[in-house]
Design a protein around this ligand. Structure first.
Ligand code: ZN
Ligand code: FE
Length: 763
């Protein structure tokens, strides 16, 4: 008796060796039928004995291929048609593709073994890959995921690769980027036109020769532009201060920490303290940069910072560089000038980086889209993603309960966009700061990219943007000309992002959004807000930081002393802040004048600026050179202090009052107390005050879940304090794990709130 069934599998199931796996499983169970990549996922038809069909489905569910991530398996009964064997059928193109594109995958152990096996055809071949590993999102030009729709379309397979590609028993069966030195792209080394090389190498040809020559340059202290998966890196010897200084100078990057690549896990362990969960992140398939406490200092790599950002090699090329004798710790920073996005096109890279890099190690395979390295931390509440890009994007991060197609365009800093199709929320890679022209272009490209990849018709979309009237993202969203658009308040989006990750749509929570800058309901600059409500019902603001002035508006974020002026003018009997030990510059006095005359002065509840004010009082009186620097500096200072009594940060009448907190900082500074202890007491005070307020709010509203989001919660010390304070309370604390707590998570939160927004006819 023959039975039959159809199976549809959704999730990350294309380009991960799924069809060959199904093929082998069907053959092993002596089942006939076929498998193909459809637009909604993998489709399987099977016929054979009912018992064998059941065991097939059981195996499919319990032992999927390693790189796959199945979201849904649906089995439908069917009528046997009398097939004799099992085949892999041509992909179908039908309506809208809703299959998920796999993020890029680190090279697998089997490929690494071949890479270093002199008898293997792909010995030393930098583009080795198989169905379990290699590029995906960064080579996809369209769906379904098949070679003609990837950036490998210009390299026809030779016989060797063709046989493997066509052999269901082979690890490279239908591996779309498969290639070998005989037929595939290679790497070559090019001299920069603007700088002379220090060791007189000729331009090298051939992958192996080029890689070896590049390593020579690295060992001689040169800066190398290296084409990777989602863009170019700038690489140099991390233990060579001259090279690191040269890179900083040429890149106009004064102090922002550089990411490092350690040749292997042991080297990483010598570099940073790696707890078990941090090791797990570091070695995970996504291979992100992991921030961890530094064990030793590398001059110029991360000035005034206790943490280093470290990653492990993830492409065959990285392994080859180290095998060829590259320094065991390399600076591997996104190749760009200052705040521009990472360069990913060869001509663009040669043009933009020619005054930074001494030489270019260029791979021929084009990059379909720019994707930076992801940045993570093993936090006290679980993993934190600070920048979500390579290895994670464009994975779905949430399943929405309704099917309305939504495009959420995020915020202007640390921009990401979210596209919701058929209830799946896909979050783009980190795009960056939209005030930069290149980033704005990347933003527009990414929107087009996702919309066309998932074949969404713009006229069907609900477009969601921040309520800030001057955001570039808002202007672009409105210019898309879609029939429906919706503005979502920034800090509500932060809170909603945590709940969307968890699929908590109805749950009432106390939502805390401590942040740098966001446009508030009343037109003032918010960033210290506590809400009560749910994604479905909306969030009501119940408590906020006491309002302060912000002289000069957003520009104050550049100058902690300027931000401080807006807070300190509320303190009585203030000593002369321009004198020792404070030594504030003229900028402070000018800002105070602005506040008193109420000229170019805005109202703010920004906790980010409160941190800046505290940092200024403790000694960070210069201009910041990257976003959040002063607050990071204060956190690092506090980390090195013993546990101290918290400063008072009282909560009354719907306000958290910063005055006693700053008063304490001022007084202790005048007394000459150690600045580490002051920083610690400030941080703990902020945490304690927030905790006490949250307990009161939970009681008042009969709630037991607290949600924390917003840029301030990148502060791990604050989270540690809160964790220990909440330990003894019957209250759950939820934070972001799939999207960043910073503005990188805004687009997901916007989409979530929009999914439940009610419209009359047209909004
Ligand atoms: Zn592989
Ligand atoms: Fe924000």
């Amino acid at each position: 008796m023959s039975s039959a069934c159809s199976i549809r599998v959704r999730g990350v199931v294309q380009g991960v060796g799924f069809r060959p796996y199904v093929y082998r499983l069907a053959r092993a169970n002596t089942l006939a039928g076929w498998v193909l990549n459809g637009e909604e996922g993998v489709e399987i038809y099977l016929e054979g004995s009912a018992t064998r069909l059941r065991s097939f489905v059981q195996d499919l569910k319990t032992q999927p291929p390693p790189a796959a991530s199945m979201a849904e398996i649906t089995v439908y009964p069917a009528h046997p048609v009398g097939l004799n064997d099992f085949t892999i059928r041509q992909s179908q193109r039908r309506e809208r593709p809703t299959v998920r594109i796999s993020p890029d995958l680190a090279v697998c152990d089997a490929c690494l073994k071949e890479l270093f096996d002199p008898a293997d055809r792909r010995y030393w071949y930098p583009y080795i890959n198989c169905t379990n590993c290699g590029p995906r999102y960064t080579i996809v030009l369209g769906l379904p995921y098949d070679r003609p729709y990837t950036t490998m379309r210009d390299w026809p397979l030779d016989e060797y690769c063709g046989v493997q590609y066509g052999d269901p028993a082979n690890r490279r069966f239908h591996a779309q980027p498969v290639a070998c030195p005989g037929c595939g792209p290679g790497y070559s080394l090019h001299r920069s036109l603007h700088l002379s090389l220090h060791c007189g190498d000729e331009v090298a040809h051939g992958s192996e020769q080029s890689i070896r020559a590049a390593v020579q340059l690295l060992n001689h202290g040169n800066v190398l532009a290296v084409k990777g998966l989602g863009g170019y890196h700038l690489a140099c010897d991390a233990s060579n201060p001259t090279a690191v200084r040269a890179l900083r100078g040429r890149k106009y990057r004064k102090e922002k920490p550089f990411a490092l690549m350690a040749s292997n896990i042991e080297v990483a362990r010598n570099l940073v303290e790696l707890a078990e969960d941090a090791t797990g992140l570091l070695m995970s398939k996504a291979r992100p940069i992991v921030l961890a406490p530094a064990k030793s200092e590398l001059e110029g790599v991360a000035p005034e910072n206790n943490e280093l950002g470290v990653m492990l090699p993830y492409t065959p090329l990285h392994f080859l560089l180290f095998a060829a004798g590259a320094p065991e710790v390399l600076v591997m920073t996104s190749a760009n000038r200052s705040s521009e996005p990472i360069a990913y096109e060869d001509e663009e890279a040669l043009d933009r980086l020619s005054e930074i890099a001494d030489a270019f190690l260029i791979g021929e395979r084009p990059i379909a889209r720019r994707v930076d390295d992801s940045v993570t931390r093993a936090g006290v509440f679980g993993p934190v993603i600070l920048r979500r890009a390579r290895g994670y994007a464009p994975g779905a991060v949430a399943t929405f309960p309704n099917a309305r197609p939504i495009l959420a365009v995020g915020a202007d800093l640390k921009n990401t966009i979210t596209l919701v199709v058929d209830g799946q929320a896909f979050v783009s890679q980190h795009i960056g700061d939209l005030s930069d022209f290149q980033s704005l272009r990347a933003f527009q490209e990414t929107i087009q990219d996702l919309i066309s990849m998932y074949e969404v018709r713009p006229e069907d979309l609900l477009v969601v943007h921040d309520s800030h009237p001057q955001y570039a993202s808002t202007a672009h969203a409105l210019a898309l000309g879609v029939p429906q658009s919706l503005a979502v308040q920034h800090h509500r989006a932060h809170v909603a992002s945590v709940l969307a990750e968890r699929g908590e749509w109805q749950t009432d929570v106390v939502g805390v959004s401590l942040d740098g800058t966001g446009y508030g309901d009343d037109g003032s600059i918010w960033g210290g807000e506590i809400f009560v409500g749910s994604v479905r019902g909306g969030f009501e603001r119940v408590v906020h930081l006491r309002s302060a002035s912000l002289p000069g508006g957003d520009a104050a974020a550049q100058y902690p002393v300027q931000a401080a002026a807006g807070f300190l003018t509320q303190l009585n009997d203030l000593p002369d802040i321009t004198a020792a030990p404070f030594g504030f510059s003229d900028r402070y006095q000018k800002a105070v004048d602005l506040v008193h005359k109420d000229v170019r002065t805005f109202v703010t509840t920004s906790t980010g600026r409160l941190f800046d004010a505290a940092a200024a009082l403790v000694g960070f009186t210069r201009q910041v050179t990257f976003e959040g620097q002063a607050a990071m500096w204060l956190e690092q200072l506090a980390r090195n202090a013993p546990l101290v009594e918290p400063y008072p940060f009282p909560y009354a009448g719907g306000e958290l009052d910063f005055r006693p907190l700053l008063r304490s900082v001022v007084d202790d500074r005048l007394r000459g107390r150690n600045i580490r202890e002051i920083a610690r007491a400030f941080q703990r005070g902020l945490g304690q005050g927030l905790h006490d307020a949250l307990i009161a709010i939970c009681r008042e509203h009969n709630l037991s879940i607290v949600v924390l989001s917003g840029g301030v919660f990148q502060n791990e010390l604050l989270l540690e304090d809160l964790k220990s304070m909440f330990q003894s309370e019957p209250i759950a604390v939820w934070t972001n794990h799939a999207v960043p707590p910073n503005d990188g998570g805004i687009s997901l939160g916007q989409a979530a709130l929009a999914a439940f927004a009610r419209f009359d006819c047209s909004a």
